[in-house]
Design a protein around this ligand. Structure first.
Ligand SMILES: Cc1ncc(COP(=O)(O)O)c(C=O)c1O
Length: 372
């Protein structure tokens, strides 16, 4: 969709990346690292300063402790952390439970590991404006072949933030069926309305069976640096490191100390970041309210977290998005592509609002012209 935006000159609210750079202290730290010679392979588990910064961050924000030497591994973005974890932990024929729709690397990672994906549907509820799942469907997804559950909170593409009750059920099922968990928390600092980001690893029986994955891309608006990490019990992290060793071995040496600088920024940075994104969410939600397709009003799912807003446009989302550059001069992503079965979410469309206000205002005006 980004290629389509470039080709057509449409405003790109498609792919999930911000249109401005992150904090200057962080980019200066990367420049400084390059100038001071941090340019060769970093140690396999990651730059020690970054591993310490990650452990400090987990303690400071989420009150969980990890040993930076044995329980933290730096990866090439969250994507490699997920892929290496799946390769390390799954055997042929194992099943991995996911909440459907998923970020697109999940199905690929699970299949490259020789495992099978087992989706539990997240459905939009126009009454509550939230996405939810049927607890019985989740219970039924657990069976003797289940090896892992992969939980993404806050969730892309739906913007759902998993509740205490939902995570409690997930934890109970993992313990009951002796299943491991991987959590993808790349949007951990984007939870709106003073909501709470909860870590599955803090639930009873989960510390010893959870790998917590995140990265600096979304939090610091440097998605191209691809510095991620995984935290968890030492033996499981060692297994992930073994798989990772033969994927990238290491990456992004000078960006590692820079992300350490980011993780140590003052609280102001993190509170301003989420406040700014929340204001952008309000801007776009307000602008799309009242738009229609063939007289049918759009249902807007204002996210609880992430920087994505989902709209039910009540028509085929793929056709809608393919035509959108021409009809409105805007690019968005059809949510169907994130579902295992594209018929689910067929009329949902995802807009990314991590963009300058001027761009959001222009895009809103164009959408209002086309669908107002
Ligand atoms: C849910 C989710 N996980 C992982 C990633 C990728 O993270 P990284 O760029 O750190 O690999 C993304 C990026 O869009 C995402 O939305």
């Amino acid at each position: 969709m980004s290629a389509l935006a470039v080709k057509t000159g449409a405003l790109n609210l498609g792919q999930g990346f911000p249109d401005s750079d992150g904090p200057i202290e962080v980019s200066n730290a990367a420049i400084e690292a390059i100038r001071s010679g941090v340019n060769q392979y970093s140690p396999g588990p990651g730059h020690p300063d970054l591993r310490h910064a990650i452990a400090e961050h987990q303690e400071r924000f989420w009150n969980v402790s990890f040993d930076p030497d044995s329980e933290v591994l730096v990866t090439a973005g969250a994507t490699e952390a997920l892929a290496a974890s799946l390769l390390a932990l799954c055997e042929l024929g194992d099943e991995v439970v996911v909440f459907d729709p998923t970020y697109d690397s999940y199905a690929a990672g699970i299949s490259m590991a020789g495992a099978r994906i087992r989706g539990v549907l997240l459905s939009p509820d126009p009454e509550t404006g939230r996405f939810g799942f049927d607890p019985d469907e989740l219970r039924r997804a657990f069976n003797p072949k289940t090896r892992l559950i992969l939980v993404n909170t806050p969730h892309n593409p739906t913007g759902k933030v998993f509740t205490d009750e939902e995570l409690t059920l997930i934890a109970e099922l993992c313990v009951e069926h002796d299943v491991l968990a991987i959590t993808d928390e790349v949007y951990e600092h984007l939870v709106f309305d003073d909501g709470t980001h909860r870590l599955l690893c803090t639930y009873p029986g989960m510390t010893e069976r959870t790998l917590t994955v995140s990265s600096g891309g979304k939090t610091f608006s440097f998605t191209g640096w691809k510095i991620g990490w995984v935290c968890g019990p030492a033996p499981i992290v060692a297994a992930v490191r073994t798989a990772k060793q033969f994927l990238t071995f290491v990456n992004g040496a000078p960006f590692q100390p820079a992300i350490a600088t980011g993780l140590r920024l003052g609280d102001d940075y993190f509170t301003n970041f989420v406040a700014e994104m929340q204001a952008k969410r309000e801007l776009l939600t307000g602008a799309l309210d009242g738009l229609t397709t063939d007289g049918h009003p759009w249902d807007i799912y204002s996210p609880e977290g992430t920087y994505f807003l989902t709209v039910d446009v009540h028509t085929d989302g793929i056709d809608f998005c393919m035509a959108l550059p021409e009809t409105a001069g805007v690019v968005a992503v059809p949510s169907a592509v994130f579902y295992q079965d594209r018929r689910d979410g067929a009329s949902l469309v995802r807009f990314c609002f991590a963009k300058h206000d001027t761009m959001l205002t222009d895009a809103s005006a164009r959408l209002a012209d086309a669908f107002g």
